[in-house]
Design a protein. Structure first.
Length: 175
C-alpha cells in the first residue's frame, strides 16, 4: 500500500515483530509526519486507497472554493443552471484526477463484443481513460453547449485539484 503512495524507496521500520506487512497505521503515521493539509491527506487516501470517505471529505473541503470560482465566472448563468451544477463539475474534476482507469474496459484496453475482442474505443486501447471536452459533457449528462459555458471555471477547479495532488506528492517525497 505504501509503495502506491510513495514511488521512491523509503526506510520504514517494521511496525510489529510478527510479520513484514505494512499496516494502515503505518501509512497513517507516515502521512501524519509529512505536514499534509487536510485536502492533501484526503486526496492521497481517496486516490491511492479508493476510500470514499476521504473522497467525500475532500469534496467538502474544496466545495466553497469551487463555488467561488463559479460565482466569479458568471453569476447570471449559474442562477439559471441546474442547482447541482457545481457538484457535477467538482465530481468530474475529482474523477479526472483520481479515476484514470477506463470505466468501459476496466483498464484492460479491450472489450468483448459478441465472440470477438476489440480495442476499447474509449481509451484507444491504453486502459487509461482520455478526458477531453468531447466526452466530459457526456459523463456529466449535460449538453456540449452547457458544458462549454462553464468550461473555464471547470478548468480552474481541475487545476486546483491537480495542484493539491502535486503538493501532496512533493511533501511525501514523490517529485
Amino acid at each position: 500500500m505504501l509503495s502506491l503512495l510513495c514511488a521512491k524507496s523509503m526506510g520504514l521500520q517494521v511496525g510489529s515483530g510478527s510479520h513484514d506487512s505494512v499496516t494502515s497505521d503505518d501509512i497513517s503515521h507516515f502521512l501524519g509526519t509529512k505536514g499534509l493539509t487536510s485536502e492533501e491527506y484526503d486526496f492521497l487516501i481517496a486516490k491511492y486507497t479508493d476510500n470514499e470517505y476521504s473522497r467525500a471529505m475532500l469534496f467538502d473541503d474544496i466545495f466553497v472554493d469551487c463555488a467561488d470560482i463559479f460565482i466569479k465566472h458568471n453569476i447570471d448563468a449559474l442562477k439559471n443552471s441546474d442547482r447541482l451544477l457545481i457538484r457535477s463539475f467538482i465530481n468530474l474534476a475529482m474523477s479526472e484526477t483520481m479515476d484514470t482507469t477506463c470505466p468501459f474496459c476496466h483498464g484492460v484496453g479491450s472489450v468483448s463484443v459478441g465472440n470477438t475482442i476489440q480495442k476499447c474505443s474509449h481509451c484507444d486501447g491504453t486502459g487509461q481513460f482520455i478526458f477531453d471536452d468531447d466526452n466530459r459533457h457526456h459523463i456529466m449528462g449535460y449538453t456540449k453547449e452547457g458544458y462549454m459555458e462553464f468550461r473555464e471555471p471547470y478548468m480552474k477547479i481541475l487545476n486546483m485539484i491537480k495542484d493539491i495532488e502535486i503538493s501532496a506528492l512533493s511533501k511525501i517525497g514523490d517529485d
